[in-house]
Write a protein that binds this ligand. Sequence first.
Ligand code: HEM
Length: 485
Amino acid sequence: MALMESLSNAFTTLPTAIAALLLLLIVTFVVRKQSDKKKYYPIAGTVFNLLFNFKRAHDYMADLARKNKTYRVLGLFHSEIFTSDPAIVEHILKSNFPNYGKGGYFHTIMEDMMGDGIINVDGELWKTQRTYSKAISEATASNNAVDMQELLLKGTLDSMFEVGFVVQLDSIYGEKEGLGFAHSFNEVSALILLRYIDVFWKIKRFFNVGHEAKLKKHIKVVDDFIYKLIRAKAERASNPNQDASCKKKEDLLSRFLDLSDTNPKYLKDICSNFLHAGRDTNAATLSWFMYRMCIHPDLQEKVAQDIKDAVQLKDAPISEFLDKVTDNRVLDKMQYLHAAISESLRVHPPVPVNAKYCFSDDTLPDGYSVKKGDLIAYQPYAMGRMKFIWGEDAEEYRPERWIEEDGRCRMESPFKFPAFQAGPRICAGKEFAFTQMKVFTAVMLYFFVFKLEDQTKPVNYKTMINLHIDGPLMLSASPRVRRSY
Ligand code: HEM
């Protein structure tokens, strides 16, 4: 909401500026066309076309992708190239990986939120943090109408704290501070996106006005919370007898605390990146998945049967069920559930579009050129809708497409299915994410049948960095298996 309000403000208060920018765009276009006549096409429009279609941005970009696998959108100072071609995705994420990264452009925009954390840096800083992020893959799952989206956002935040820092946030029923943190954390994710479209954001930050003032306030809440966590963790680490987990240095934060030259700001960046990387993505996936289960009740039954077959319990106490459902061998048997989550990620990828900065002139596998300073984005959302990738039924939700003859879920090429990115910077938490999502959904669908509270209400996404459902996702749950506990 805040996002849309700010956008419409930007439009009404800045007509002259927009006209001037448009003129500048035309000039840029003519100059570039002169300098690169051969390989500049196809051009799908300008950044203003994206702005005018902001509310349905991902579908607008999918419409363009249906006409051209790769196309350009003209910006003021650079081209923005959007691709849904798996060969180009492989080129930028793997074959020519060193040439595409965050660069100064993304670093500056995301600086206040991500600082020098893993998501926001390249080179040595990235390499070091990537090595230490092994802690994530080593981690195992720890753990009437409701707003499912909000519950999932809070629930995934809790387990991220458990795994990353071995701390219980307890935000589901939690204390005021934990809830305040969760709220500000959400606001930061939504407000930071405005920097991509508001060319005056730096001025607003300087004068501390508008959305930048709000952003600053929420960033402070998030930062203070994380600094407090770091102080508490450091105190415990200096007295390892009091905390077995610190002694073993098993969690992400403890591993970095071990480095003598790690300053508090860097530690804070590492923590907030980890939370931003894992929290919204998991929660968004779970929300869309539950939505899919509700609009396809037959598939919900199939998933519930898959979970039942995997746990093989009859009238057992709940503790026995929880033991089973957190056992990796049992989770591995839930192949249909795995396929149903993968299919949800294919059509509702939590990172719907992801751009890289081009460090030097390059030629893409299709022969078109990219210039130093251009942005090139791969589009998991559009790619999930392309018939040339997934066949005629590309837009249907069909978990069966993932199932091999032996009943196991297929490993798809990450260049064709880049929901977790691909190449050296593939999501460091992919395995953990699947474990966490399978445990959450197995518990919910084993015990309850879910329905949309209002079947007539359309469900859409909200255009922001992550693909969240716009508004609450109101579901009702009725018991699936009745037990005495
Ligand atoms: C469904 C869940 C998830 C999805 C779809 C997802 C997707 C992604 C994507 C697209 C990126 C690339 C971001 C970029 O470079 O701009 C990424 C990076 C990353 N993700 Fe995930 N993620 C998920 C869950 C998680 C979880 C649960 C964690 C942590 C426990 C995590 C940790 C990371 C980290 C540390 C990176 C940075 C990797 C690097 O730059 O080397 N992710 N993820």
